[in-house]
Design a protein around this ligand. Structure first.
Ligand code: FUB
Length: 325
């Protein structure tokens, strides 16, 4: 279905929106794209982002979008190498914790934490990455019982294929077509929000027969861009299929899954990547995402968008037309 769309930050390139309601406002935490001149490749070297801005609004479709300015810069992160990709923020007891992926000085993606007293930042980074962290695209769920869960992982440039059972492999392994797909990971956060409280677990997505989706099922299997939200007490895990450019979702009864594949949220947009968050605000549901229309299709220069999202009576998300292929 076609939806009314709004570009949120027409004056700059922003992508990968993570959106939450804090203190009655919507806060948007995007990646900050820019033209660094690095040629496009399958490792995503052209996504050479180096800082974050925070935005807020009280009306995502019509209202003012306030830019709170730059809130974290790679030059302030002691362990920084390059490439500040998709982040997310969680609130606990009046503090705000930003989780961000960044390559270290050995060009390995790790997850870092930065802390603020205010949802609009600035965020002060911890001196080291989270112990045992790897890959990209952290997304946090604050569950109704007060536990916090971090979802993460991404293939290809996101380096997830370099790990099995939370250990680094000697060489990357994307698996064979008939093997279970490489899953995203989920881990409960420690009470101080700064570390993993346990060993990360696989986010298993099952097909309609109860079997895990396979490596070769690239129209449906997980690639990157995890998001978790709850609707009518169920856990909705949503993600990008990467090389088939869809946002899909799967439903489960626990934050750890397993999840059963349901369908497509957003058909391909203009640009290679697709990425999103889903949030309820003032009684409506919204899909925040990005595309590369304003940059003329340059996939590393993406623009933030929002539209409303709807469910049917059974809790299925109605598929939205992304306007791409
Ligand atoms: O923005 C860089 C990467 O592109 C993100 O981490 C992925 O999810 C994709 O959107």
């Amino acid at each position: 279905m076609k939806k009314e769309m709004r570009y949120l930050v027409p004056g700059d390139y922003m992508a990968d929106p993570s959106v939450h309601v804090f203190n009655g406002k919507l806060y948007i935490y995007p990646s900050h794209d820019w033209e660094s001149g690095i040629p496009e490749n399958d490792n995503g070297d052209h996504f050479n982002m180096k800082d974050y801005h925070v935005f807020s609004t009280e009306d995502p479709m019509q209202g003012e979008i306030v830019d709170h300015g730059m809130v974290l810069d790679t030059k302030d992160i002691p362990w920084a190498g390059r490439q500040l990709w998709d982040c997310d923020v969680a609130e606990k007891e009046g503090k705000y914790y930003m989780y961000f992926p960044l390559k270290d000085q050995n060009d390995i993606f790790r997850l870092g934490v930065a802390i603020a007293d205010n949802p609009a930042g600035p965020f002060i980074p911890q001196p080291d990455p989270m112990k045992g962290s790897y890959s990209i695209d952290p997304a946090v769920l604050k569950d109704d019982d007060g536990a916090y869960y971090l979802y993460f992982g991404g293939l290809w440039g996101g380096q997830l294929q370099r790990y099995r059972d939370n250990k680094a492999l000697e060489s990357a392994d994307l698996g064979q077509a008939d093997e279970p797909a490489i899953p995203a990971r989920v881990v409960r956060l420690s009470d101080d929000m700064l570390e993993f409280a346990e060993t990360p677990r696989p986010v298993v997505i099952l097909d309609e027969t109860g079997q895990p989706l396979k490596v070769g099922d690239n129209m449906r299997r997980f690639f990157e861009a995890s998001w978790m939200h709850k609707y009518n007490g169920k856990y909705y895990f949503s993600y990008s299929t990467g090389d088939t450019h869809r946002l899909c979702y799967a439903i489960g009864d626990s934050p750890y899954g397993p999840f059963t594949y349901q369908g497509v949220i957003l058909t391909p947009v203009v640009g290679w990547t697709t990425h999103h968050s889903i949030v309820e605000y003032k009684g409506k549901w919204y899909l925040f995402h990005h595309d590369s229309v304003p940059s003329g299709g340059r996939t590393w220069l993406r623009s933030l968008k929002v539209c409303e999202l709807e469910y049917d009576e059974q809790g299925h998300i109605l598929t939205i037309d992304g306007g791409g292929e």
